[in-house]
Write a protein of this length. Structure first.
Length: 403
């Protein structure tokens, strides 16, 4: 395989680069800034900088095509929401290259939380009661229906922008700060109590070839995970296969789902149609075999496997030392860092570059930093420059399929 890995700023993108490069594959990493951690792994052939897929889509596609042609690549592996821009412009990519993700219409249906809830319902997977609201008056009426509520935009991610009156994020966002519209509606659900459980899957031609289910014992600001512990995959594997069967029996790519474990029942919350940190918990040989479809049965990560981003765990320990310091120090001693065994420490030294990139994107607003770290590679449901009429129609159909 001669692969381009995009959005190399992500730790799981770095892990993907390491897994591919260490097994003899030719790997090029790319992102919108030069300091992305995955662009500095010793397992790369080289790295490149592209335009922003969100803010300059045409130039981004031009840059990707140039990288593919220069290095004679045969595969593009997106690791974040640039997948939508690449899928919408797939016809403009070199014919020789395989885009390792689903078609635009399928990705959009998974990403829009409203249409995803409809898909989950049709697949027979449990979901919380859900109301879609398109203005502030509807939002207030919906949250009044539930003594404990949880609301977020249909296009949101990373635990940012959540409205709730329950749990550690209660009151972090005011109703007055939420502005649903018909184009950018919000979901309102009763707050489902229980730990979050995440899954990561490799899918080849409609079949799950690898499955990792994991929790995040430690999170940065109650949002993105920084420590990962493998959990039992029996139920998530069943639900993932049901969802793929309903969505597209020939789907190929990487999908990640979030569930809440409420008294032993898993409720599907959302889909990230891309890899997430569960990838890190797969052994290299497992991942490569799954990616190539060279398995007789689904590879499943055994419960108890764990890893962490040690630098982030240490930093988090000192943001709330009373709450986190003891647990974090225990984890730092006993849990393997994501870089353990790779002898590739130079890559993670570029970690602060992501913070600088986020600070630049957020114009110095500290509260916006986490959101801004991915602001130039996200997709929030807007029409994409150069998309085909068929995909534009599919996008309208996705809106019509909201629950």
């Amino acid at each position: 395989m001669r692969a381009l890995v995009t959005s190399s700023r992500n730790t799981f993108a770095l892990d993907l680069v390491r897994k591919l490069g260490s097994t003899g594959h030719y790997v090029v990493a790319a992102d919108t800034y030069a300091g992305a951690v995955g662009s500095h792994s010793k397992y790369l052939a080289t790295h490149a900088v592209t335009a922003s897929p969100r803010f300059d889509t045409d130039k981004f596609i031009e840059d990707v095509c140039a990288i593919v042609d220069e290095h004679d690549l045969d595969t593009i592996i997106p690791t974040f929401e640039e997948a939508f821009y690449l899928a919408a412009r797939a016809a403009d990519l070199p014919e020789k290259v395989q885009l390792l993700t689903g078609s635009f219409d399928k990705l959009a249906r998974l990403h829009d939380k409203g249409s995803f809830q409809r898909l989950v319902e049709q697949a027979g997977v449990p979901i919380p009661q859900t109301v879609v609201v398109s203005n502030e008056e509807e939002l207030r009426a919906a949250i009044d229906r539930f003594p404990q509520y949880f609301a977020r935009a249909v296009f949101s991610r990373g635990g940012v922008g959540l409205l709730t009156n329950t749990g550690p994020l209660a009151g972090r966002m005011a109703v007055e700060d939420c502005h649903p519209t018909p184009d950018q509606p919000w979901l309102v659900q009763p707050f489902v109590d229980g730990p979050m459980v995440c899954s990561y899957s490799v899918i080849v031609d409609g079949k799950v070839t690898a499955q990792c289910t994991y929790s995040a014992p430690e999170q940065w600001a109650h949002s993105t995970g920084i420590a990962f512990l493998a959990e039992d995959s029996t139920k998530t594997l069943e639900y993932t296969q049901r969802l793929i069967d309903e969505l597209d029996p020939h789907f190929t790519g990487q999908l990640s789902f979030d569930f809440v474990n409420h008294d032993g029942e898993l409720y599907a919350i959302e889909c990230n149609p891309r890899p997430t940190n569960g990838l890190i918990l797969l052994e290299t040989e497992q991942f490569i075999s799954a990616l190539q479809g060279a398995v007789d049965e689904t590879i499943v990560v055994e419960p108890g496997v764990e890893s962490e981003i040690s630098a982030a765990v240490l930093a988090d320990a000192f943001t709330e030392p009373v709450k986190h310091l003891g647990i974090s120090l225990h984890d730092l001693i006993h849990v393997h860092d994501i870089g353990a065994g790779w002898h590739d420490s130079f890559a993670m030294m570029w970690g602060p570059a992501a913070l600088l990139h986020g600070a630049k994107m957020s114009h110095g607003k500290r509260e916006e930093l986490l959101k801004a770290m991915g602001d130039d590679i996200v997709w929030n449901g807007e029409p994409i420059s150069g998309m085909t009429p068929q995909d534009a129609a599919a996008l309208e159909d996705v809106h019509a399929q909201r629950i």
